[in-house]
Design a protein around this ligand. Structure first.
Ligand SMILES: [Mg+2]
Length: 253
């Protein structure tokens, strides 16, 4: 039985609005008893905030149906023995997910530094993080995206700050979100299905489609987000299939 791993931005939603056909696609999945999990590299919002954002766009969702790169990072940290006390650069939403996931947050005197999408990043926070990195604490990042789309154009995301810390401190982070295998492993565990049954659907070749290809999972590209047909024609990373939108994916089952 197939299960879908669905990207949010550019696949299910565009900004605050549902993409045409997305709500009907989710209803079709539910009607047929086909499981799905939304996944996103945007760690500025908690699963509950993403649930509300989907609901506001007219798509009913449960928090358990959402898996963020922050959740994958929590799973990864909980798998370490002992789980580290974490100095977190992130939003209040991300911090609350970390605490709920059993991660102890510590200011300064921590065993690990985690860089999330911190919309309140200040020079003071950067300075403290640099001191921790100079002390040699393990360094993790929730996702690799260099920029995040915004209505006014792309804005700096975690990958840009990773470049800054690498230049300033000579340290590189272990990066958890898409396209890493940690994201796929966590999704498989939550969906309770095998790799052969999983189909990843997303709009970005470098994250969604690369993750699918690296993990040996069927991948569907939708052209409702950042990738155009011209981009696809020129790219070395190719999906299993390409669709105009989720509405077209719904026509094959
Ligand atoms: Mg996307």
């Amino acid at each position: 039985m197939t299960a879908f791993l669905l990207d949010i931005d550019g696949t299910t939603l565009l900004g605050p609005e549902a993409l045409p056909g997305a709500a009907a696609f989710i209803e079709a999945l539910r009607d047929r008893g086909i499981r799905h999990l939304w996944m996103t590299n945007n760690t500025s919002l908690s699963r509950e905030s993403w649930r509300r954002r989907l609901e506001d766009a007219g798509i009913a969702a449960r928090a358990e149906e959402i898996y963020t790169a922050g959740d994958a990072t929590i799973d990864f940290l909980c798998g370490l023995d002992p789980a580290p006390r974490v100095h977190l650069l992130g939003t209040d939403d991300l911090a609350s997910d970390f605490r709920a996931g059993g991660i102890e947050l510590a200011d300064g005197d921590a065993d690990a530094l985690v860089l999330g999408y911190d919309l309140g990043l200040t020079y003071e926070k950067i300075r403290k993080a640099a001191f921790l990195l100079q002390r040699g604490v393990p360094f993790y990042a929730t996702h690799p995206d260099v920029t995040c789309p915004s209505p006014d154009g792309p804005i700096p995301d975690v990958g840009s700050f990773l470049a800054m810390f690498e230049v300033a401190c000579g340290r590189r982070a272990t990066v958890i979100g898409k396209p890493s295998a940690a994201m796929v492993d966590g999704a498989l565990q939550r969906l309770g299905c095998s790799r052969d049954d999983l189909v990843v659907v997303g709009d970005r070749l470098a994250t969604d489609i690369r993750m699918g290809n690296d993990a040996g999972i069927t991948s569907y590209l939708v052209l409702t987000g950042v990738t155009t047909q011209a981009d696809l024609d020129a790219a070395p990373e190719q999906p299993t299939r390409t669709f105009a939108s989720l509405a077209d994916v719904a026509t094959i089952f």
